[in-house]
Write a protein that binds this ligand. Structure first.
Ligand code: ARG
Length: 562
């Protein structure tokens, strides 16, 4: 049972009975200090302004009408008019013994656009962030009751593919023989050829038209480039433990046939203006720093469609065909303007109903330890796979002296978990420094610290052997604190589902693991006896379950031993 909703409902009823105000926001918060009990509300202070009465008087009236004696010690009024609530140990125990699992379906469908690597290019740290955050959000939304549809909007379309196919034909190179690295080099060669040879440039442009119109030879070569890339992405997803599969790939190319219709409809709706040969939408409110309007270019002056047209077609598909009730885009913050414009234009065109929220889950840049954007020594992009391999190696070194565990498997879980947790535990809108040494540390707010807390609990419970019983005794403050945190798990998950900020779940789990350490210090488990022992074992079992569930929602493995 989650106590927050229950107490909130009681406060709402009390406010209604005391002041005749229906459904106020009860503003129930965790107490700021242990001596204030477990929860507090400043409802009386807030209502004082509306009702024009002294807050302490309102607090007294609220308390008088508040029926919580089955759950709390008698409520107290503090300071200018705070109402403090302290749960009864019996109520806390009941709540821990009835911790809820995943919510039943809420009948809503959420489409999550994430990962989105580009064909013929290696995935980089930006794709890591999108994949890690996207996976966690999908898990959390699913847990909170949504039906989740993943959409991997792979960058598999555009003029560069005309250039690359032409270069392959020109060289007589077979696309299927190339790996991703070689494809990137192919692109560089094609680019140089294009810039330096007008004849080749013309052929490359014609090749784009051939690709877009479905010429079999061209499409076949393009498909091979896509296939090699997707195979490599699958390998990275496997290493990361991401559930993304081919079935989730709906690349930019999938919208090719819809693009002329998108532009035609926008034109019919009077939303387009010609500007320098391009078809543009000028939306109110979108101006640059110098006050000049910022258009959305839906059709370029050369007649080609671009990134924006594709995203408009994708919105329409997600609403009309996938029946999305909510759409989420996990993309770095540099694309914020793009998404604001796409959402505004899609609403203006009536493709995105007001009732369907579209949210850009923006995230910051990954920085090198020197605080500059993460680059290789020669200024190149840092590839994701090399980082994952290094993290696994570091975790392996830390585990070198452990016996009786599957060291390779645990090193993978710890190394990958460390990277994911470091990424998720920062407020996603901030940049963060990629510091592997800190990420894999077993102390502090890290993934391995939480994994270790879980593994230690698992070992303790295995040592305890079978036991039969529930949480019944909660006399020690450390026990109560742990129990109280456990009852807040569902609320923490709901908050992430609402705000799409995974770091809130990380903070919750870190607080839980910290409370667990404090509990170990004052509350012996294995050496205690009778009902206390049983109750503490039940508390440990519940804590282990929540740690496991929380880490799993974050996409992090929780090995039983490490
Ligand atoms: N492939 C793009 C990139 O790597 C991100 C795509 C984001 N999703 C979208 N629907 N535009 O930058």
């Amino acid at each position: 049972m989650s106590v927050v909703p229950v107490l909130s409902a009681r406060l709402i009823s009390a406010a209604e009975a005391a002041f005749g105000l229906p459904t106020v926001d009860p503003e129930l918060r965790a107490a700021t200090k242990p001596e204030f009990g477990h929860f507090q509300t400043n409802l009386a202070l807030r209502l004082a302004k509306t009702l024009g009465r002294p807050p302490r008087e309102l607090a007294a009236a609220l308390v008088q009408h508040l029926q919580v004696d089955d759950l709390c010690a008698p409520p107290t009024i503090a300071g200018p008019g705070f109402v403090n609530l302290t749960l009864l140990p019996s109520a806390l125990a009941t709540a821990v013994n009835a911790l809820p699992g995943p919510r039943p379906g809420n009948g809503l469908r959420v489409v999550v656009d994430y990962s989105q690597p580009n064909v013929a290019k290696q995935m980089h740290v930006g794709h890591l962030r999108s994949t890690v955050i996207g996976d966690a959000l999908c898990n959390v939304l699913r847990y909170a009751g949504y039906e989740v549809i993943r959409q991997n909007h792979v960058g598999d379309w555009g003029t560069q593919f005309g250039m690359m196919v032409e270069q392959l034909l020109d060289e007589g190179t077979k696309a299927g023989n190339l790996d991703l690295e070689e494809m990137q080099q192919l692109y560089q060669r094609a680019r140089r050829h294009f810039d330096g040879d007008a004849g080749f440039a013309g052929q490359a442009r014609r090749r784009v038209v051939l690709l877009q119109s479905g010429d079999p030879v061209t499409v076949d070569i393009w498909r091979q480039l896509v296939e090699v890339s997707l195979t490599e992405f699958d390998r990275v997803y496997g290493l990361l433990g991401s559930p993304l599969t081919r079935a989730d790939v709906v690349g930019e190319s999938a919208y090719n046939d819809a693009l002329p219709g998108v532009v035609a409809e926008l034109g019919d709706a009077g939303l387009l203006t010609e500007s320098g040969g391009a078809q543009c939408a000028f939306l109110p409110g979108f101006v640059g720093r110098d006050g000049s309007p910022l258009p959305v270019i839906v059709r370029k002056s050369d007649g080609g469609f671009g990134y924006s047209a594709t995203d408009l077609a994708a919105v329409r598909h997600r609403v009309d065909d996938l029946h999305a009730d909510r759409i989420v885009y996990v993309v770095d913050h540099r694309q914020s303007l793009h998404f604001q414009q796409i959402f505004a234009l899609a609403r203006a065109a009536n493709w995105l109903p007001e009732a369907v929220p579209a949210e850009h889950v923006a995230f910051g840049t990954v920085l090198a330890p020197d605080g500059k954007p993460f680059r290789t020594r020669d200024g190149g992009t840092v590839y994701l796979v090399s980082l994952l391999d290094e993290a696994i190696a570091r975790a392996g070194a830390l585990l070198a002296d452990r016996d009786g565990i599957d060291r390779d498997a645990v090193a993978r879980a710890v190394g990958i978990g460390a990277i994911k947790y470091a990424d998720l535990s920062n407020d996603r809108s901030n940049d963060y420094v990629f510091d592997l040494g800190r990420m894999v540390a077993m102390t502090g707010n890290t993934g391995p610290y939480l994994q270790y807390a879980h593994a230690r609990l698992t070992r303790l419970l295995a040592k305890a052997g079978e036991f039969d019983g529930e949480v019944t005794v909660l006399t020690e403050p450390a026990e109560q604190r742990l129990a109280l945190l456990l009852t807040g798990f569902g609320d923490a998950v709901d908050q992430v589902a609402a705000t799409l900020q995974p770091h809130r779940l990380c903070t919750y789990l870190y607080d839980l693991a910290t409370a667990l350490s404090a509990f170990y210090e004052t509350c012996p488990v294995l050496t205690s006896a009778g009902e206390v022992r049983t109750s503490r074992l039940a508390l440990c079992t519940a804590t282990r379950k929540v740690l496991h569930e929380g880490l799993t929602l974050l996409g992090i493995q929780a090995p039983d031993a490490m």
